[in-house]
Structure formats: C-alpha cells, structure tokens
Design a protein around this ligand. Structure first.
Ligand code: GAR
Length: 202
C-alpha cells in the first residue's frame, strides 16, 4: 500500500513525536509512515524516542551553519513527502519551504491567532495566555508558511484554563487534551491527501 513518507522535526522532549509513533502503532496513522526524525540538537528526548521505535534519526544542530541545507538534504535522501514540525522551536525560512515544495505542518500550543508568531514558543505561549487571563486556550495544527504561525489552519482544539494554573500545568493539559490527539489526526488527514495524489499520478 502507498503511504506518505513523513519526517518529524523536534527540538525537545519529543512527546508529540511519541504521540505520532503511538498513533502509527495503533493503526490510526496509517496513510503515512514516519521514515525519519530530525532532532535539532544533541541529547534531546526525541532522539531516544526515535531509537526506541527503530526510526532513523538525524541530529542536525539548528545553531550550526547550513542547518537548512542539511535539513533539505536529509528530506531528499529519505524521499520525504510530508514534514511534521512536532515541538520544533525554530523557524523554517520561506526559501526552504519553497525548495522542499511539499507540505509542512506544525503544532502550536494555542488557538491561533492568539499567542502566536515570533517569540511565542514552548512555555512562553502558556505564560502569555495566563498573563492575559484567557479562560480557554488550546492547540492548532496548521500548514507552515513564510509567516510564522500564519499558514492555513488544519485543526484546532480548545482546552480550559483553570484557577491556579502555572505555565507547566497548563502546558501539560494542552498537550494531553489537544496536542497529542490533534497532531496524529492531522498527520493522517494530510497523509491521506498525499496518498490520493500519488495514486492519481500513477
Ligand atoms: C509543544 O507544546 C509544542 O506545541 C510546542 O513545544 C512543545 C514541544 O513539546 N511548540 C511550539 O511552541 C512551536 N511554536 P514536545 O517536544 O514534548 O513535543
């Protein structure tokens, strides 16, 4: 059966990568298969998670020269059809997105257009939501575009903010109730579209 070859790019703990691997194991992510993990620094949790799952992992350090060239080379080498940014804390340039020319999707831990854009990543997003005093936040999966967090929205899920929340507590709730559900579902939806296009091209 044809599948979309997925590369997952991560910068940290890799819990969203884990959710994707689990979804693949359960057969919920079935139109796509994770063919490569790209970790953007050494020693991060995503590396161990990919090793445990038997998925090739390339460590390409974001702060070193030619990061994007190396990423593009890895995507070509592994014949990747879809890139999933799963806790990637950097920004991919419009130039890279154009040269890759295939879908790149991203998970953001807020309801875009709130608390997004340059400087809003990781715990900072949840801190900003708490500072503002919103009662509902959530997560968004969207296509990556030249505008940071500005690409077309694929899916969103709302999560309550509760009294006494810290950024850490809120982050965990958003992950459990939204991110780990939404990202595998969106990866499946986009993979299924890619498979359809591949079949039509045969
Ligand atoms: C996740 O909450 C993800 O949404 C966020 O970083 C965390 C990474 O966790 N991403 C961003 O803030 C991107 N702007 P993980 O490494 O455990 O998946």
């Amino acid at each position: 059966m044809l599948t979309a070859r997925i590369a997952v790019v991560a910068s940290g703990g890799g819990t969203n990568l884990h959710a994707l691997i689990d979804a693949q194991g359960r057969g919920e992510l079935k139109s796509g298969s994770i063919a490569l993990v790209i970790a953007d620094k050494a020693g991060i949790g995503a590396i161990q998670r990919s090793e445990k799952a038997g998925i090739p992992c390339a460590v390409i350090v974001r702060r070193e020269p030619a990061f994007e060239e190396k990423v593009l080379a890895a995507l070509m080498e592994y014949q990747i059809d879809l890139v999933v940014l799963a806790g990637f804390l950097g920004i991919l340039s419009g130039d890279l997105l154009r040269r890759f020319g295939k879908p790149v999707i991203n998970i953001h831990p807020a309801l875009i257009p709130s608390f997004c854009g340059k400087g809003f990543y990781g715990l900072r997003v949840h801190q900003a939501a708490l500072d503002y005093g919103v009662k509902v936040t959530g997560a968004t999966v969207h296509y990556a575009s030249e505008i940071v967090d500005g690409g077309q929205i694929i899916a969103q899920k709302a999560v309550d903010v509760l009294p006494g929340d810290t950024p850490e507590i809120l982050q965990r709730r958003v992950m459990e109730q939204a991110e780990w559900v939404l990202l595998p579902q969106a990866a499946e939806t986009v993979s299924a579209q890619i498979v359809k296009e591949k079949e039509n091209a045969l």
